[in-house]
Design a protein around this ligand. Structure first.
Ligand code: PEP
Ligand code: CO
Length: 396
């Protein structure tokens, strides 16, 4: 689908750009830049995800909720990538299958919001929508959407990829220690970065190897689904507790019409208290209809709480409970629990509660640096990896 045809569709969660001339100029610039990720690398990832969909591998997707611009964030991305690779080794050892590490990085610069505005002390401003759109600071100038930020997003993604490639390693597929992914939310960024392979005519998103559609933008008749349907990359869809099997079947029909393993991943984020009620019926019906979709658990987005000090947080106990239930449900159904999707950082932040080197509710203010949702710190992420290694043990 062309950019103009996409614009005619309703797309949720798009910014109100105040500068249409700037927006058009930026779209033109982005459309002339080299793709950040080549089609061949997306294809290689897709082949690895196909193995996961067949039950022969696991996906480990993780990184920040919202990446930020700037030098400090580049360093943090590097330690996050290293943490993710270590986790993959731990899980792979326990599960005795290859684990595919997939960063939420080099493109995770746009966020869906539950409210378009934020009010503090009687002042109402546009909500922060990610560094690709506006600034986190609570001032009118920072919060005004600026299309030129999308060129900085491209540059920062390119520099992040350079850093990741340098991490190298002999086991790195295609010279890449991990592939990268982000939510394809901001269509004014994604659409101009679509490229066409001259030989085959295949179109792909040049913004990252894998992209997903969020829980708030998976409308069947919306712009995000149309965008994902038109690209050759492997794609994901977040699935929350209100999803129905019919909705997922319709999405599978549009996004994976030929039932190709590796093309489509359902990332379920139900909440520890809801997962047993909702997930079995969805997996059962979608699988019975012949969809080879990969199922992975995001045990974080259904388990966000507000701490007494007002901070958004997540409890390791809730995360663990949802992940455990996810694996058990698949085992009961005879389907493959295909992996996990986590918000984490290699830094020693205090954003989630619990762990073997525990963060307490009272500690949250110490190093709470996320621009959006609370992330596991490095120690908590490794705790989760050891838990996953045990949950996926072949003799269980
Ligand atoms: C996210 O992954 O940061 C996110 C917004 O998730 P969801 O679409 O599942 O709410
Ligand atoms: Co998040």
């Amino acid at each position: 689908m062309t950019g103009t045809a996409l614009e005619a569709l309703k797309s949720a969660q798009q910014p109100d750009w105040p500068d249409p001339v700037g927006l058009a100029t930026v779209a033109g610039l982005l459309s002339e830049l080299p793709p950040l990720t080549p089609l061949a690398e997306s294809d290689a990832l897709r082949a690895r995800l196909a193995a996961a969909a067949r039950g022969e591998a696991l996906l480990l997707q993780g990184g920040h909720c919202a990446e930020e611009f700037g030098e400090r964030a580049l360093g943090e991305a590097e330690s996050t990538a290293t943490t993710l690779r270590q986790m993959a080794e731990i899980v792979s050892y326990g599960a005795a299958v290859p684990v595919v590490p997939l960063g939420r990085m080099a493109g995770q610069y746009a966020k869906p919001r539950s409210s378009p505005t934020e009010t503090r002390d009687g002042t109402e401003l546009p909500a922060y929508r990610g560094d690709a759109v506006n600034g986190l600071g609570f001032t009118a100038s920072e919060r005004t959407p600026d299309p030129w930020r999308m060129t900085t997003a491209y540059d920062t993604a390119a520099r992040t990829l350079d850093r990741i490639r340098l991490l190298g390693g002999p086991d790195a597929p295609d010279g890449l220690p991990l592939h990268v992914s982000h939510e394809a939310l901001l269509l004014d960024y994604e659409t101009p970065l679509v490229r066409t392979d001259e030989e085959t005519g295949r179109r792909w998103a040049g913004s990252g190897h894998f992209v997903w559609i969020g829980e708030r933008t998976r409308q069947l008749d919306g712009g995000h689904v149309a965008f994902a349907a038109g690209i050759a990359n492997p794609v994901g869809v977040k699935v929350g507790p209100t999803a129905t099997a019919d909705e997922l079947l319709a999405l599978a029909e549009v996004l994976d019409p030929d039932n190709e393993p590796g093309r489509l991943t359902f990332i379920t984020r139900m909440g520890a208290g809801t997962v047993r009620e909702v997930l079995p019926g969805l997996v059962e019906k979608v699988t019975a209809a012949g969809s080879p979709a990969l199922w992975v658990s995001d045990p974080m987005h259904g388990n966000t709480r507000v701490a007494p000090n007002g901070r958004k947080t997540r409890l390791l106990d809730d995360i663990t409970a949802e992940l455990r239930a996810f694996v058990e449900i698949h085992r009961e159904l005879g389907t493959h629990p295909g992996g996990l999707h986590l918000e984490l950082t290699g830094a020693h932040v205090t954003e989630c509660v619990g762990g073997t080197d525990p963060v307490a509710l009272d500690d949250l203010d110490l190093r709470y640096t996320t621009a959006c949702d609370p992330r596991l710190n490095r120690g908590q992420a490794l705790d989760l990896a050891f838990l996953a290694a045990d949950l996926w043990r072949p003799d269980r």
